[in-house]
Design a protein around this ligand. Structure first.
Ligand code: NAD
Length: 499
């Protein structure tokens, strides 16, 4: 059995880690490898390597740090096919989608290549008599990133690229369900010239997460995953005095106004609801047609579009989406479909018990459409995270606007309309962090910042862009005076003012 090891101090750790977890091939259901599950002692080794390397890396001028990122980007591009294949083999998403996962991560690397500019401080000349004030952004020191299974390249790079560019050492704790890609990224970082100990990977579950949250040498923790764990990570990390950003779950709505171009909406929804088997925090699993007529017209167009979707293995170039990540997750999605039915939802297309011929053990779920879902149902309030689209009918704009605004999650939302006023009102008033206007997946570009509201994010700083630079650095403000030798007669016993 292949063993997936940690990547500590420039190589595989070779520890005799007896606790291990299975890594499945979601296409077949077979266990393809075992990942070692670290503990506090494993983390200590990574922290020691980080402590040895970080001061030198922080002292490296930002242009040189950026050059490593430029080389890393080229290496990842050169290894794109291999990485995409590896990613698909553990996650189950189709190869083209894995390429997108890696590419979105590379876009953050491209942003981080501009770190000499992005990390610049501020300077005020003559803030007082003979006094200048300047602020610098210094790295935190050692940071950790705890990442989910659904974007095993993009999310480690959201965090890791900005963390290392700003002069930190970064320890990635990937999902134990698809842990291989972050290890390959660590190897490529090393090949690109990043010093040993600056980008490391420690595998594990709650045991090592708790060790990260309690480790006194780790100053910042970035987390992405489900909301209950995000909240736990935020509380425990913050109680230990760390800076924590913790992104959680989502239930994104797509509002369809009566004037929307329904053919475009259906095409957008098919990808946004079912792409990556719905395992995206920016998927659109809830569509809200405004008015009964819009609902009927939309439903009539959605049904054939969903029937036309092809579910296949992750290497099938014609498949729209592949299997979900584990048997347990498949069972959970199917339970939510049953729950929606029991709550009074109409199962228009039922993806339960879908079997792909020749891959009977694979974790496949067929596309599912559920109509007449309401905000009184548990299946509406909770994240299903599968290829399931729920229709929640709204009589008017205000009702539609209230749905995502009152929902516990506030990650993304989209409105489809030709009416600029409605779109503007919606974007202004909806209590959700990322809004799309005729854009189904409003994932911000790397030089803006990613983050939701409410139970979709704990902490107050978003991922990447200027917010990412803020998260991975702390401000130091220096007030300086270079007297010319004459004694300053100011009253030293009074708080200095610039008056
Ligand atoms: P998860 O919460 O199960 O796992 C996330 C990380 O937490 C993993 O590294 C895992 O090992 C660790 N973990 C799991 N259980 C833990 C515990 N009890 N204590 C401490 N750590 C624990 O999430 P997942 O299933 O891997 O990913 C899917 C979830 O992530 C969905 O809810 C999705 O919406 C969310 N997500 C959110 C965003 C965002 O930016 N808001 C992005 C991607 C995914």
């Amino acid at each position: 059995m292949r063993i997936i090891d940690h990547f500590i101090a420039g190589g595989t750790a070779g520890l005799d880690q007896t606790r291990r977890g299975p890594v499945y091939d979601p296409n077949t259901g077979a266990v393809q490898a075992e990942v070692v599950l670290g503990d506090a002692a494993t983390l200590d080794r990574a922290v020691a390597a980080a402590q040895a390397a970080q001061p030198g890396w922080a002292a490296t001028n930002p242009q040189r740090r950026a050059r490593v990122l430029f080389r890393f980007k080229e290496l990842v591009e050169a290894h794109m096919a291999e990485l995409a294949h590896l990613l698909s083999s553990e996650h189950g998403k189709v190869i083209a989608d894995s390429r997108g996962d890696i590419q979105r991560g590379l876009e953050v690397v491209e942003f981080a290549c501009g770190i000499p500019h992005a990390q610049k401080g501020e300077y005020t000349e003559g803030a007082g008599p003979g006094i200048d004030v300047y602020s610098t952004r210094q790295p935190i020191g050692i940071g950790a990133g705890i990442t989910p299974f659904n974007f095993p390249a993009m999310i480690p790079l959201w965090m890791g690229a900005v963390a290392v560019a700003t002069g930190n050492a970064f320890i990635c704790k990937p999902s134990e369900r698809d842990p291989s890609v972050p290890v390959r990224l660590a190897e490529l970082f090393l090949e690109a010239g990043l010093p040993v100990g600056i980008f490391q990977v420690v595998h594990g579950d709650k045991v090592v997460v708790d060790a990260i949250l309690d480790h006194p040498a780790i100053g910042a923790v970035s987390f992405v995953g489900s909301s209950d764990i995000a909240n736990y990570v935020y509380q425990r990390g913050a109680a230990n005095g760390k800076r924590v950003q913790a992104m959680g779950g989502a239930k994104n709505h797509g509002i369809v106004m009566p004037d929307a171009d329904l053919d475009q909406v259906v095409s957008d929804l098919a990808g946004a609801a079912f792409g990556s088997a719905g395992e995206r925090c920016m998927a659109l699993p809830v569509v809200v047609p405004v008015g009964a007529d819009t609902a009927e017209r939309l439903k009539a167009k959605l049904i054939p579009a969903i029937h036309a979707l092809k579910v296949g293995t992750s290497t099938d170039p014609d498949a729209h989406y592949g299997p979900v990540v584990t048997a347990a997750h498949k069972a959970s999605i199917e339970r939510w479909i049953a729950r929606a039915q029991a709550e009074g939802g109409e199962i228009v297309i039922d993806g339960r018990d879908f079997v792909l011929q020749g891959h009977e053990g694979g974790f496949f779920v067929g596309p599912t459409l559920i109509d007449h879902v309401t905000d009184t149902m548990d299946s509406y309030h909770n994240e299903i995270f599968g290829p399931v689209l729920q229709i929640v009918r709204a009589p008017d704009f205000e009702t539609a606007l209230a749905l995502p605004s009152k929902h516990q999650y506030g990650n993304g939302v989209a409105i489809f309309t030709r009416n600029g006023h409605a779109a503007r009102e919606f974007a202004k008033r909806v209590t959700v962090g990322m809004v799309g206007i005729n854009v189904p997946l409003p994932v911000p570009v790397a030089y803006h910042s990613f983050g939701g509201w409410k139970r979709s994010a704990f902490g107050d700083t978003n991922q990447h862009g200027a917010e990412g630079v803020r998260f991975w650095t702390r401000v130091k403000t220096i007030t300086q005076r270079w007297p010319d030798g004459a004694v300053d007669g100011a009253n030293a016993f009074v708080i200095p003012t610039m008056g």
